[in-house]
Design a protein around this ligand. Structure first.
Ligand code: SAJ
Length: 424
């Protein structure tokens, strides 16, 4: 099946790269977003997100005439929903964006169209929520139009590479829908394309992120045990991982981002009595910023009136995304304990988060600090030289929460060095 035009609803971290890739392959693409500020910025060539390689791809697609951006849904052969699915305060899935995206397609839906939901969603969303909304058009899913669920599975920081190379699962409401999805994504996907039903594809996506969350939770719990027994967790993990069937992940300040810290809750909400391990893992990871705060407090001999230079606020290294970031939570908790936190986040120097004091240079963060806290292992922080930092701060204490720095080097430069379950 051949499709000539695509309308992508939501031009965020997934929608914008996907739109640019389809356009680069010659399809006629419209990237739609309800946020006029974002669309006006894009029209003027300004991207609202940072992702390696995306700027060039987007600009070329725009210039080629194959990509347009708009605040309105436009008629197309294919509609792709790529909007966020956050959660409410009580951890229940907030599907309002998916619902309104589906509703916005209805007036344009024509027989033979293909609709794809990409947003991570609770099991049965495609069948029980999206299908009835679209069928309000009078057309029937799997009969008059095609409908599939195909989750994005790409890693922020490597989105373009992984969109092309990763295996892609496409779950149709019927076989014809899945096959149509395969024909569409084959335009740029070089990885394997696996066809299944919509609910299986939803479950696959949630299982992937949930298992990663779970594996990080055990790493964080191991770190707490190691701290208790005076063991260096990093040495212990290194040795354990030499076993051919063991692959322990990295402990840290917690799990953030818009995916792994959110998606497991969709399973907990759908079946709370069954998803017990999943819930516990979430709680362990959510408690990690508080655990690290206590360690920093001890290392600093109390936080009251201390100035903490916190390096990094994003949810993981080398990205500009602060959503659900444990590093942000860490800064808040340190502040609650009486510290003045001066946070430096080079990927987003002015995030405007209430209660967080951001500075726009390393020097400004360091100059009056009592404690230097490494919260996110951005490459530029990894590369810092202790001797150079010595000349820029009066701080005596360095706390490396993510094991990016060498203890001996920092001690050699005259700092008292601490970390998460660190001996060496
Ligand atoms: N983290 C650790 N220790 C680790 C690995 C990660 O503490 O060993 C933390 C990170 O610092 C971060 C969080 O976990 O706060 C999540 O980071 P990540 O790199 O594991 O994953 P994301 O959220 O960037 O992307 C994930 C990916 N899913 C899996 O690897 C199963 C990606 O493939 C998905 O497409 C993405 O979620 C998504 O959009 O769902």
């Amino acid at each position: 099946m051949e499709f000539k035009s695509v309308c992508i609803i939501g031009v965020g971290y997934i929608g914008l790269p996907t739109a640019s890739l389809f356009a680069s392959k010659g399809l006629q693409v419209t990237g739609m977003d309800i946020n006029a500020e974002i669309i006006n910025g894009l029209k003027a060539g300004r991207l609202h997100i940072f992702e390696p390689g995306l700027g060039d791809l987007f600009h070329n697609a725009l210039q080629s005439g194959h990509l347009a951006v708009s605040t309105e849904v436009v008629p197309a052969d294919v509609f792709i929903i790529a909007v966020p699915t956050p959660f409410y305060e009580d951890k229940k899935a907030d599907l309002r964006a998916v619902v309104s995206a589906a509703e916005s397609i209805v007036p344009h839906l024509q027989p033979g169209n293909l609709v794809i939901l990409e947003s991570t969603s609770p099991p049965r969303t495609t069948m029980d929520i999206v299908t009835p909304i679209l069928e309000a058009s009078g057309l029937k899913a799997g009969v008059d139009f095609l409908l599939a669920y195909s989750p994005e599975r790409v890693l922020p920081g490597k989105i373009l590479q992984e969109l092309v190379a990763n295996a892609r699962v496409i779950g149709g409401v019927d076989r014809a829908s899945a096959e149509a999805g395969r024909d569409l994504y084959r335009t740029f996907v070089e990885g394997e394309i696996i066809l299944t039903d919509a609910t299986t594809a939803e479950m696959v996506k949630l299982m992937e992120n949930t298992s990663r969350d779970f594996n990080i939770a055990i790493a964080n719990e191991f770190a707490r045990l190691a701290q208790k027994f005076d063991v260096d967790i990093w040495e212990a993990i290194g040795i354990a991982n030499l076993h051919p069937r063991v692959q322990i992940l990295q402990p840290g300040v917690g799990v953030g981002g818009h995916c792994i810290s959110v998606d497991p809750w969709f399973l907990v909400e759908a079946a709370p009595e069954t998803a017990r391990l999943i819930k516990t893992a979430r709680e362990v990871n959510d408690a990690q910023p508080a655990y690290v705060t206590d360690l920093v407090e001890r290392a600093s001999n109390g936080l009251e009136d201390k100035i903490v230079c916190q390096l990094g606020l994003s949810f993981k290294p080398n990205v500009d995304d602060l959503r659900e970031s444990p590093a942000v939570r860490l800064a808040q908790l340190l502040t609650e304990k009486g510290a003045q936190v001066l946070a430096y986040e080079p990927f987003k120097p002015d995030a405007g988060i209430a209660g967080i004091e951001q500075v726009d240079s390393l020097e400004a963060a360091l100059i009056e600090a009592d404690v230097v806290l490494l919260a996110v292992a951005h490459d530029q922080f990894r590369d810092l030289k202790p001797q150079e930092i010595r000349g820029k701060t009066q701080a005596e204490v360095v706390f490396d929460a993510v094991r990016a720095w060498d203890k001996a080097d920092w001690e050699g430069a005259g700092f008292r060095f601490y970390g998460l379950a660190r001996k060496y």
